[in-house]
Design a protein around this ligand. Sequence first.
Ligand SMILES: Nc1ncnc2c1ncn2[C@@H]1O[C@H](COP(=O)(O)OP(=O)(O)O)[C@@H](O)[C@H]1O
Ligand SMILES: [Mg+2]
Length: 229
Amino acid sequence: MVLSLRDVELSLQGNAGMVDILHGISLEVAKGDTLGLVGPSGSGKSSLLMLMGGLERATGGEVKALGNDLTAMDEDQLARFRRSHMGVVFQSFHLIPTMTALENVATPLELAGVTDAFDRAAEELKAVGLGHRTDHYPAQLSGGEQQRVALARAAAPRPDILLADEPTGNLDQATGEAIMDLLFDLRDRHGSTLVMVTHSTELAARCDRTIRLVDGRLDAETRNAKAAE
Ligand SMILES: Nc1ncnc2c1ncn2[C@@H]1O[C@H](COP(=O)(O)OP(=O)(O)O)[C@@H](O)[C@H]1O
Ligand SMILES: [Mg+2]
């Protein structure tokens, strides 16, 4: 299993004491599978995704990625693991504003020790249709273009696991559809395992499987007979 969660609990310190966010989550995601996470706002979808990506630490249970127990890793080990195995895309893009599109994509490659990081980054930007925008800063790009840069950045290190948190949430319908096509295309080209939080029933239907969260618990699982390409 690429991802394997067992009895996962997450409680975080809030202003008024501990907040219990996730309760007894167990699930598995096989290699190449695409899982959609759906559910009402505040149900814990983003928190669950962050646990899978090692960006948040479970307070109980076990989170395994590619056979490695993320709950047993220290911060350095987690950072290294994320760099080589995980690509994450957020609703609000999370690009570094002081870096050009090219620098945003090349920097994680450099950190991962790729020698031709800038050439690779340029190729990745071309692959998402932004070959002509490499020297632009995020503020000079539209939302859809910024998300293309974020996709290129996430995909450039060829991660085994792609995580996306409402990647089209800040985009208009047509732009969002183009971004989704790119995301599914990346999955196909690189054989990545994809876990995606989405509010869109259309997007959920494109996943092999969807899991619904309610109040931090697994509520229902749907296997889509024929995930549309
Ligand atoms: N850092 C935090 N500290 C305390 N509570 C949090 C924190 N992050 C999220 N929460 C709470 O956890 C619950 C789930 O949040 P989240 O995972 O963002 O849900 P979703 O993505 O499904 O909207 C919410 O009630 C939210 O207020
Ligand atoms: Mg969320």
